[in-house]
Design a protein. Structure first.
Length: 466
């Protein structure tokens, strides 16, 4: 039996922000009435088709009546189970509010979703796509959303607007599929056409999808044996976030559920928010001037890599690099010239690193290089590449060549060292290299050896903390 249409909704909540969000997305033919959590829904004396409850405001000592939608900001207390309902995390965004109304109160002109009450199947996947973690969201969009839409498998492509390419982020398909698809205007690939068309395409099979989008048979590169398919662009206003490709229809017919547009719109906004969150998370750990990681990244990564080295008994080496004479460059040529030197050094460091290595700018003129699975001898080779690159490459600014030199300390982690002791060992080696360059007049001899390994004994104590 189809679920009866919902027209009168009683919301039990003290959260006016939640009530306002729901009221703004309320369909014209539906009514929303809010009562305080201390007031019993039955005592309110109001006719209702649906009961929605704010779990955070509901008194724990009072039995909870059967509700179809439950909002919550905090998880249940230990041992307490969430009720069998459509679960929506707070704060409830406008997109989430619209999705709730679309599921529970579709407009009078739209047919009700087929089958039994959808609340049995919907909570898991709807809750799973209300997250900010990009990796978790991509996994949920591929594993939880397709079955709710009636498909067995799916692939999710993320859009890189700067490179004009769709890149595969997650897939549940057990067959070869495209890893990337160009989005340039001359591309006739069916996935590129689907991404550019701006609307979901529901087709009987891949051939039908190609005909609907005007893609040639040789360009479509989709398995026609998949049966029904859905090509759904996931967009936020004015920006394509990705493309969801669902294949292998689970049941007969290709009629999509009436709430599919609202859910796809919500998924598009969720993907946009997750990508912005991921970008902010990365930028919080990246130095804006050089593009290398920053001190915050170093504090997180050193401990994690040290634990991995302990667990797997593999070598791990740290390089501490300090520029010689950056202050003189700033004083003589200005800070923009000093910035040019820092960017130049970062480029040289990147060119010397291997794929598994990483680097951070941790101070004004100080850099840290982390070399996993590398002993001190191997790290010395990397350090030599950096020093040689700084010596041979030319750094210029405003038509003037700028001198670039550095002192480097190398310290391989040893059993029993803390992170602080490890950094101190690299520091001591770096300052030993710098002292070896000092001439009697106090100036640096840039032709002197620029590398030093850590001393054999344990450092006496850390000169800095992490």
């Amino acid at each position: 039996m189809a679920a009866p249409p919902v027209r009168n909704v009683l919301l039990v909540s003290d959260d006016r922000q939640l009530a306002d969000a729901l009221d703004r997305q309320r369909p014209p033919d539906a009514a929303l009435c809010r009562v305080d959590a201390l007031e019993s829904p039955d005592a309110a004396g109001l006719d209702r088709d649906d009961l929605w409850i704010d779990l955070d405001a509901w008194p724990h000592e009072r039995p909870m009546p059967r509700a179809s939608v439950v909002f919550y900001a905090h998880g249940p207390a230990q041992g307490e189970r969430l009720p069998a309902a459509l679960l929506v995390r707070k704060p409830c965004s406008q997109d989430a509010a619209a999705a709730v109304w679309s599921i529970r109160a579709p407009s009078a002109s739209a047919p009700a979703p087929p089958g039994d009450d959808p609340l049995v199947a919907l909570p898991a996947w709807l809750q799973s796509i209300h997250v900010l973690d990009l990796r978790e969201l991509c996994h949920a969009l591929v594993t939880h959303l397709p079955p709710a839409l009636g498909y067995r498998e799916a692939s999710l492509y993320l859009c890189d607007a700067s490179q004009q390419v769709l890149t595969l982020a997650e897939s549940s398909c057990n067959r070869p599929i495209d890893l990337a698809v160009r989005l340039s205007p001359d591309t006739s690939h069916v996935l590129a056409l689907a991404a550019r068309c701006g609307r979901a395409v529901v087709a009987r099979d891949a051939d039908d999808a190609c005909r609907a989008l005007g893609a040639g048979v040789r360009a479509r590169q989709m398995d026609a044996a998949d049966g029904g398919c859905l090509l759904a662009p996931l967009s936020a206003p004015g920006r394509l976030g990705g493309l969801l490709v669902c294949t292998a229809r689970l049941s007969g017919g290709n009629r999509p559920p009436p709430w599919m547009p609202a859910v796809l719109s919500f998924a598009g906004r969720a993907l946009s928010h997750a990508r912005l969150h991921e970008q902010a998370r990365i930028e919080a750990r990246v130095d804006g001037l050089t593009g290398l990681y920053n001190y915050r990244w170093m504090t997180e990564t050193l401990r994690r890599e040290l634990q991995r080295a302990q667990r797997h008994d593999v070598p791990l080496t740290l390089l501490m690099l300090d520029l010689d004479g950056l202050k003189q460059v700033n004083d003589r040529c200005g800070h923009r010239a000093g910035d040019a030197v820092l960017r130049h050094v970062a480029a040289v460091i990147r060119s010397a690193l291997r794929e598994a290595d990483s680097a951070a700018r941790c101070g004004g003129d100080e850099f840290v290089l982390l070399l996993p699975d590398t002993d001190a001898a191997g790290a010395m080779h990397v350090a030599e590449r950096v020093v040689r690159g700084l010596r041979d490459a030319r750094c210029g600014h405003g038509g003037q060549e700028l001198p670039v030199a550095a002192s480097v300390g190398v310290a391989q982690w040893r059993s029993g060292w803390t992170v602080e002791q490890w950094i101190e060992a690299a520091d001591q080696a770096m300052y030993a290299a710098k002292r070896a360059k000092l001439r009697p007049d106090g100036d640096q001899d840039h032709d002197a050896p620029a590398l030093r390994a850590a001393p054999a004994d344990l450092p006496s104590g850390p000169s800095r903390t992490v």
